[in-house]
Ligand binder design. Sequence first.
Ligand code: FES
Ligand SMILES: [Fe+2]
Length: 372
Amino acid sequence: MKTARSASGAHTLPGKYYTSQEIFDLERERIFSQRWLCVGLVASLSTTGSYFLAELEGESIIIVRESDESIRAFYNVCRHRGTQLCHEAQGTFSRHIQCPYHSWTYDLSGRLVAAPNMEEGVDFHRGRFPLHSVNIATWEGMIFINLGSKPEPFEEAYASVLTKFNRWGLSRLVPVHRTEYQVEANWKLMVQNYSECYHCPTLHPALNKLTPYRDSENDLDEGPILGGPMRLSKGSQSMTIDGRACAAPFGHLDGDERRLVYYYVMFPSLFLSIMPDYAMIHRLIRRGPRRSTVICEWLFDPEAASQPDYDPSRAVEFWDMTNRQDWHICEQSQRGIDSRAYEPGPYASLESMLAALDREYLAALGESSNGS
Ligand code: FES
Ligand SMILES: [Fe+2]
């Protein structure tokens, strides 16, 4: 495999990027309100009217299946006096979304269809008060929203990978397990941690045995989507607690592809990991400069469940252990960076992706270089 591109003398970011409330707020304005953010899976909305709430960046967004073909996203804000329309994290609307305060009622396309005791006339037209909609896109079975008023089209933002994973048939996969982690660390520490395997021999001996850390390649090494494959060691079939596959390999992969595991960061807050027999997504939700939630979901082909070698628990156990090792070191990093003694340190060539991430991040913030 080709070696990682050099980090060319780049250094880690100054401490303020991991600690400052002001920068956290600026990130909301310049990054999290501009970029496409994954909020969950199409498979979670199986019937018309089923919904879940995406709670992120200080907003509550209703993600609802309007029909077989259409999923919509609305701010969870009534057009009468602003009350939140629903507070259950997930559920099913019959055919309407009704405000619990004065019963203003919206259909699943967001139109206000009833407003009791409000007379249609010069002062009031129902047609003028639809729910505020949020930009939405789906790709490979995942749902993305964009809080911006004029977002970059999803197809442009994701151009580098739009058809890249077709052979895996990711959109068929269904979530089999979900774990939510609370991590006392800045979101970027998790993004950076995911983007290098320099730490693998020290922190993840079990993972490093399955995929030796130097056997990796970055096939996307600049821009908002970064990552590439790692090669499974001889005798290992997948990333599981014992290295054996836990489901039949995805249908359209050739022999060599069944030896690779793919890892991509979709900046800012999604990680996509593809094993030969299952996939996994991590979504980061920012809670504060030093606090994040990570939601991890394990995805399997629904047909795999009928096969004899199907055992997702070995994949779940392996990654839950690895996740906890990672979050623990991210928390320890945060505490060190909080110190007055912290200063930017040099990246190794194995951390070239971190230098690329910092470039993407600083450009998005409107700061052209790492001004340490
Ligand atoms: S605030 Fe929703 S109906 Fe009054
Ligand atoms: Fe790790």
